[in-house]
Design a protein around this ligand. Structure first.
Ligand code: BGC
Length: 491
């Protein structure tokens, strides 16, 4: 596979902070009643994830999956039918496009497929950050933005990639939000997540929204597959490895998809082909049972744009880990003079501490924790002492550990559900869980805690068969592959 051009505007995870220097601490704290150590001790105990708790989480995840498969609305887990009944075989051929909207960035991609011989011949992509104001804009404004970026991308080709005469260019649209699919290329947005609050899209077919916007740009393109990012990741990873059965995204948000037998889906009333299978998008971010939550989680949830929803996502995914840590540090500054006599003003700003920051702080192996000191200075405007820095690192580790271990328990829940339905089909052979998303990719401690939980829960023997592995950027290629599989033109 050759990447011809790749323009990227994503900041690397460990990018130096470019934000202006914060104003130094302003608010003076009330007299200190508790110590930072006692807040930390309580945090440890509230966030603890011992094996019995993880077992219960895995068990509840499996039970919620079954309930969601039985009937719509019967579970936190929507268990959405993806309408992807056949995964890529390797025979896919031709030129396809993929659009990816789902988090902080929007991506447009061109993929040339060369069948069994050539496989993925070439990919090219452009990636742009989603302007923050678009997350609160109207549906038309958001989709016009997407279509305009697509039009620019196609325009840059300068006629190099003309589609065959009489053919419309086909697109796989990865739309990483909870969508009730109505066919492989249509689906209604149920609910925005990850901080998006665009008006006028919920309840609408997102492919129709895109088609209208493409029409306004004069683009002659059609969406042949609408896929969730986890479904794209599963298709993309499966293209290279037949043993991939589950795909998990751990990035800004989180979710998992897996291969399910159609006769295990009571809510699917259509005729079932015996032995047939399909991909189910669990929307596990909405899972909520038995999670070890703290007062900081509850406060963050209450202040969010979707209170009471996406509780698993708010406990384990990249959008929220930094914010939970910020809330703990703010409390320590306010009630226990962690940073001296005043409360750093910037530390009061929601989301001022990002998950990449807490990851970078955890990597600091210097004697004086200098990196921690400089991040705290940038984020909170404080000159911290070594003792405070150590406490900060401990808070980061506590929140990352809880997130990673709970994600691991979720994965085991899915695997146990699958194994429970067909003994030996999952645990008795090599089974791959394809992982993607910035949090998983860039946060080594989180990844380690996730793997530890999987191994502890499954035990040494079964764990040998379960491969949890990173499958980078599968979802873009996966969407293009699914556009090919569902093309209206003969291959
Ligand atoms: C969305 C999912 C998506 C996940 C990962 C969640 O907030 O509801 O549809 O797959 O984020 O991007």
């Amino acid at each position: 596979m050759s990447v011809i051009t790749a323009t990227s505007a994503v900041p690397p995870l460990h990018s130096p902070r470019s934000a202006p220097r914060p104003r130094v601490a302003m608010m003076v704290r009330s007299s200190s009643a508790v110590s930072a150590a006692s807040i930390l001790t309580k945090l440890h105990s509230d966030c603890a994830t011992p094996l019995p708790l993880l077992r219960q989480v895995a068990h509840a995840m499996a039970a919620d999956m079954r309930a969601g498969l039985a009937a719509d609305g019967a579970s936190d887990l929507k268990m959405i039918l993806s309408f992807v009944d056949s995964l890529p075989t390797g025979d896919e051929n031709g030129l396809y496009y993929a659009l990816d909207l789902g988090g902080t960035n929007f991506r447009v991609m061109r993929v040339q497929l060369g069948g069994k011989e050539g496989r993925v011949v070439a990919t090219e992509f452009d990636q742009v950050p989603i302007p923050h104001e678009l997350m609160f804009a109207t549906s038309e404004e958001l989709f016009d933005f997407i279509a305009s970026k697509l039009a620019k991308f196609v325009e840059k080709e300068g006629g190099k990639f003309e589609s065959r005469p009489g053919r419309t260019r086909e697109v796989g649209f990865t739309f990483s939000f909870a969508v009730k699919q109505t066919s492989i290329n249509s689906g209604v947005l149920i609910k925005w997540t990850k901080g998006f609050a665009v008006s006028g899209t919920e309840g609408r077919d997102v492919v129709a929204c895109l088609n209208e916007a493409m029409g306004r740009q004069g683009l002659n393109m059609r969406v042949s597959a609408l896929v969730n990012d986890t479904v794209g990741a599963l298709a993309g990873a499966r293209y290279w490895d037949d043993n991939v059965m589950v795909a998990v995204i751990l990035g800004t948000g989180t979710n998992a998809s897996y291969v399910e037998r159609v006769d295990n889906i009571p809510k699917l009333h259509a005729p079932k082909s015996a032995g047939g299978s399909t991909i189910i998008n669990t929307e596990w971010g909405a899972f909520s049972r038995g999670l070890p939550l703290t007062e900081f989680d509850r406060e963050m949830d209450a202040a969010s744009i979707n209170p009471g929803q996406q509780i698993f996502e708010k406990t384990i995914s990249g959008m929220y880990l930094g914010e939970i840590v910020r809330r703990v540090l703010h409390r320590m500054a306010k009630d226990a003079t962690l940073f001296g006599d005043s409360i750093p003003e910037k530390l009061q700003m929601p989301f001022s501490l990002r998950t990449p920051d807490i990851c970078t702080m955890q990597q600091d192996s210097s004697k004086d924790l200098e990196v921690v000191g400089s991040i705290l200075y940038d984020v909170a405007g404080v000159n911290s002492k070594l003792e405070s820095r150590k406490i900060v690192v401990d808070v980061c580790e506590t929140i990352a550990k809880r997130g990673g271990r709970l994600a691991g328990a979720g994965i085991v829940g899915i695997l146990q559900k699958m194994e429970g339905d067909s003994k030996g089909a999952v645990f008795g052979k090599r089974t791959v869980v394809a992982m993607d998303g910035g949090l998983y990719e860039h946060y080594p401690e989180y990844r380690r805690h996730l793997q530890d939980a999987v191994t502890e829960l499954l035990g040494p023997e079964i764990s040998k068969n379960i491969i949890v592995q990173h499958s980078k950027d599968g979802s873009g290629i996966g969407a293009a592959l699914l556009a090919a599989t569902n093309s209206i033109y003969p291959h």
